[in-house]
Design a protein around this ligand. Structure first.
Ligand code: FAD
Length: 357
């Protein structure tokens, strides 16, 4: 396909990744977003991509997603380093594994999760039990959990830095802010002032904003940013907990992010006391030094999910829709974008190997 004039509705994770790829391939790209600018606002209204923890966890996510998502995740783990290698200001990225922790009383539920992870996708890395001494050697900041496992080769990316780099380094892209797209037709975008702009090809990547054209819903997630100077944590950590999927993600040498609630609600209001208390007490139970951390930010947003909680790409003449990235957007976006561009003949590159290992 020789499309040259491309319109993208949505400048979130997918919109920026598509714009970055397509502009580099020489296409004329215009992006439209309802946001007032490219920077995060942390007001509950911004792209979900800014709120995300940035965990790249194909193995751990098997607990609540399909093997297909994990396959996309392992492929994307191989693609992110290639994308980042092309950037002048690359975002922090690492793939040194993550940790799974459980308190003594939660061992039975932890074992059920581990069985699910082991059986879901044979032939991929699996959880490795760690002794207390091995855990102490890997992550001395973690204390208090009776059981620990290493999830090899899982990764993390800094979403705010990656969103900035994808925007700043997508050369010659025309970014249009304060532009709400009300409909994405084949070869045209329709705006809330009633105007219509024609393109050779359009992408609908508006996340939760793609309604009513897509049956997408928002699933509320809340996070806590902590300023914890020299916290010492080097890998993302998940705590197996009967009620929450709690994680601690090192964002920099001085900042960790705690996440995340998962609530079937489209409430975009600030973080509740209950979620904040539960996330922070769970994190403190395995990382006691967090007691002296300072709360830097509380953030809430909606994850875009389709009825089956799976990602879907719909390709027709002049239009591509990608949505339903739910809780795995950073994990799977590079592979989804690669597949979509190949499906419309805009990507001649060989596919990434199926698994990062
Ligand atoms: C609390 C939380 C934690 C998360 N943690 C992780 C994680 O650790 N790992 C992971 O892989 N994923 C995580 N995610 C999921 C990830 O953030 C999403 O899957 C991803 O951002 C979805 O990308 P998207 O481009 O489809 O949507 P978004 O990033 O939400 O972008 C959609 C864009 O469309 C724009 N838009 C909407 N409507 C319109 C309109 N009508 N006209 C124009 N523009 C419009 C929006 O302003 C936005 O910029 C998390 C999400 C949340 C909320």
């Amino acid at each position: 396909m020789s499309a040259t004039h491309i319109g993208i509705a949505g400048a979130g994770l997918l919109g920026r990744l598509l714009a970055w790829h397509l502009a580099r391939a020489g296409h004329q790209v215009s992006v439209f977003d309802r946001a007032s600018g490219p920077e995060p606002t942390f007001d509950g209204q911004q792209a979900a991509a800014f709120t995300a923890a940035g965990m790249l966890s194909p193995l751990a996510e098997l607990d609540n997603s399909s093997p297909e998502v994990a396959v996309l995740g392992w492929r994307s783990l191989a693609l992110w380093p290639r994308i980042i290698a092309e950037m002048a200001s690359p975002p922090p990225f690492a793939a040194r594994g993550s940790l799974l922790l459980a308190h003594r009383s939660d061992l039975a539920s932890a074992q059920r999760v581990l069985v699910r992870l082991a059986q879901a996708l044979p032939g991929t890395p699996h959880a490795e039990p760690l002794s207390a001494a091995q855990l102490g050697e890997l992550e001395p900041a973690l204390q208090g959990a009776a059981h620990a496992w290493l999830l090899p080769q899982e990764g993390q990316i800094d979403p705010v830095a990656a969103m900035r780099a994808l925007h700043d380094e997508a050369c010659d892209v025309r970014w249009n802010w304060n532009r709400r797209v009300t409909a994405v037709e084949e070869g045209a975008l329709v705006f809330d002032d009633g105007t219509r702009q024609r393109f050779d090809l359009v992408f609908d990547v508006r996340g939760t904003g793609a309604r009513p054209q897509l049956p997408v819903r928002g699933v509320r997630g809340e996070t806590v940013w902590l300023h914890a100077p020299s916290h010492g944590l080097t890998r993302p950590v998940r705590l197996l907990h009967p009620r929450h999927r709690v994680y601690i993600v090192p964002r920099s040498a001085d900042v960790v992010l705690l996440g995340a609630s998962e609530i079937e609600s489209e409430d975009r209001s600030p973080v509740s006391l209950r979620s904040a208390v539960e996330l922070m007490s769970a994190a403190h139970s395995v990382m006691p030094a967090l007691a002296e951390a300072r709360i830097q930010r509380l953030d809430a947003n909606l994850r875009p999910a389709l009825p089956d909680n799976e990602p879907h790409t719909d390709v027709s003449a002049g239009r591509v829709r990608i949505n339903g990235l739910f809780r795995h957007g950073w994990l799977i976006a590079p592979a989804l974008v690669e597949d979509a561009l190949r499906a419309i003949g805009l990507n001649a590159a060989q596919p990434a190997t199926e698994f990062a290992p």
